[in-house]
Design a protein around this ligand. Sequence first.
Ligand SMILES: [Zn+2]
Length: 348
Amino acid sequence: MSIKNLSIILAMAAMLTTLAACALEETGDPQAEPEPAESTAPAEAEKPEPEPETDPVQVPEAGLQKLDQGEDVKMLQRALNEIGYSIPENGMYDEITTWAVTDFQLQQENLAALGVFNEETRTAMESVFSAGEAVEAGAGLPQDVPASGEGDDTRMLMNPYDQLALVNKQQALPANYTPQDMVVPDIAFPFTEDLPKKQMRATAAAALEELFAAAEEAGLDLFAQSGYRSYDRQDYLFASYSEQHGEKAANKFSARPGESEHQTGLTMDVTSPEVNFQLTTDFAKTDEGKWLTDHAADFGFIIRYPKGSEDITGYQYEPWHLRYVGEKAAQAIAEEGITLEEYLGEVE
Ligand SMILES: [Zn+2]
């Protein structure tokens, strides 16, 4: 580049600087009058509070159980995960949530293990939180499903403690399941021997005592005939019924071992003097039988094998067989006139 050219360029640059300065004078100071788009928008809109990185973990209000859905259930699942579980936080009180609650209950002292998130369980969970403790998931109730018997298409229940455990010809209780919280309810039996069949799990026993007291107040004469039955006892009974009637016929009124609800400790067969303390469908026609149909649900019980439901339950009508499921489920089942299978959405 020659010196002459350089001076021309410098002269032009000087002119451009002057022009730029003139332009600035005409429009004023750009700093004093910023572009409207940049200035007004952020000032008018409320800026949302930034989400805290982690919310403090909360324990929901008590009164949640299987099949419940919503934010409270999600809160419960989150609390369970916080103390050592790793379950999906899907807001659905499903099988795995029921398992986690039951497993937690089995690891606490004096908590009824029924899989229901009740007031006692809530209190226990809060004290685990405040002590900064954790639980070992599965230490109370191992999560692996036991293998079913040989040549058998029956599934094994992973959670036999569940208040809503479905025990039928498709789902069996493990042979070694014996409820640990059984008591003899303070009600009338037509025999005096101290037999294991007088027993029920404590929560069901307390509810049955209330039911019997209410029946008595209504002037009725209810008696309890048969509650808890062990796997071995059922094995013996089914074998002898099969011998008398043939296995297929026997299975219409008697369960194979593991498939009897009586092993849950949540069941009681009831009867009355009017039918000579027998377990017969005639019981439905007695005042006691009619009263039960109308009032069992108020105490958390259902008539487990209703009339005309044999193809769903697998058993003929048994107006005497009461199963404890808790008040919420019992009310829904009675109101809708359905079976436990239908309530749980498990109709084959
Ligand atoms: Zn029964």
